[in-house]
Design a protein around this ligand. Structure first.
Ligand code: 5AD
Length: 342
């Protein structure tokens, strides 16, 4: 096989990425799409996303909700509001939900555990994904035991030196990696992920991301282009490319054929809302926003962030049409990884 990605060395991966960045090879996308069809039969899993808080104690240099951004008005949804958003999505037929937020000390682990417990009580046939940053193994276990199924924590870049250039000194790549292994051990379907075209990134770094994914074997991988946010130290850096992101998505699909891959908002943003090329590169998850409309514009990770809403019947219907028009099948179930049959 031309792309036996799982057998490639670091230098071979670097060469493949370089060639495809110069001129994307249609065969690469055909192979990635074939893996997606083989493992998920062309189904696109829909998950309702609630952005629970934009407070964050971290200061990642690329991120618009970093604590150092004093321009941003902060919000934290009350537990009832979070559950109301989900109730609304549930009423529209969604059975898979994501609670995502900054690392907000004001949304305590105890309160979060209660929210998860209440979610589980009220929506017993739905799945819950969390994306709330780095926590201790004990807290991850409490979240899991309360009824959460999945946890997303992007590794951001698998090169330690590069990680250090994207994050303040108190953040540590090894701590991030320990969290990812802890999440797997606790029993979560675990998601890692990285940005494409972040400042100082090299093709060698991207090859390392692929090898890191092979080693970790996450159940999900979120990847999208870096997009500058005007109130961050990286405001002036160029964004990552759509073509490059699609190449990395297809390579990720070949590295982890069973992984669930979201069409991330950053990639949808840079492609001006067109999801078809993303599905064609192997993505099989979409996460429409079901947060309250008035807080949505405050979750500004980067400039121009689109937020396709599914808070209304109409928003969700549009997404369903887009999926069907692209030649795929919208799927409203829990949406587990193939190896987690429920
Ligand atoms: N551009 C693209 N992605 C970003 N993220 C944060 N800031 C940016 C940005 N400026 C991504 C990170 C993080 C996720 C929540 O959003 O990868 O893990």
């Amino acid at each position: 096989m031309k792309y036996n990605i799982r057998e490639c060395s670091h230098s071979e991966l670097t060469a493949i990425i370089t060639e495809n960045f110069r001129a994307p090879d249609p065969d690469l996308f055909e192979l990635a799409r074939a893996e997606s069809l083989r493992n998920y039969q062309g189904r696109i899993f829909i998950r309702g996303l609630v952005e629970v808080s934009n407070y964050c104690k971290r200061d990642c240099l690329y991120c618009g909700i970093r604590r150092g951004n004093k321009e941003l008005r902060r919000y934290r949804l009350a537990p009832e509001v979070i559950l109301d958003c989900i109730e609304n999505g549930y009423g529209l037929g969604l059975r898979s939900f994501v609670m995502q937020g900054g690392e907000d000390p004001g949304l305590t682990d105890e309160v979060m555990t209660e929210i998860i417990r209440e979610f589980r009580r009220r929506f017993s046939d739905a799945s819950l994904t969390l994306s709330l940053g780095e926590k201790s193994t004990e807290v991850y276990r409490a979240f899991f035991e309360a009824g959460a199924d999945r946890y997303l924590l992007r590794h951001e870049t698998a090169s330690k030196a590069h990680y250090d250039r994207l994050h303040p000194p108190e953040m540590d790549f090894d701590a991030r990696v320990r969290c990812l292994y802890a999440l797997k051990k606790v029993g979560f379907q675990t998601g890692a992920g990285f940005m494409v075209g972040s400042p100082f990134q090299t093709v060698e770094d991207l090859a390392r991301d692929l090898l890191f994914l092979k080693e970790l074997e996450p159940h999900m991988v979120g990847l999208g282009p870096f997009i500058a946010q005007e109130d961050t130290p990286f405001a002036q850096y160029p964004s990552g490319g759509a073509a490059e992101s699609l190449v990395m998505l297809a390579l990720t699909k070949l590295m982890l054929p069973k992984a669930m891959l979201p069409a991330t908002t950053a990639l949808v943003t840079i492609l001006k809302g067109d999801r078809k090329p993303i599905f064609d590169a192997g993505a099989n998850v979409v996460m429409p926003n079901i947060s309250p409309l008035d807080t949505r514009k405050l979750y500004t990770l980067y400039n121009g962030k689109v937020s396709t809403g599914a808070e209304s019947t109409e928003g969700l219907a549009n997404l369903v049409v887009q999926i069907k028009t692209a030649g795929y099948t919208p799927e409203f179930s829990r949406g587990d990884h193939v190896e987690y049959a429920h």
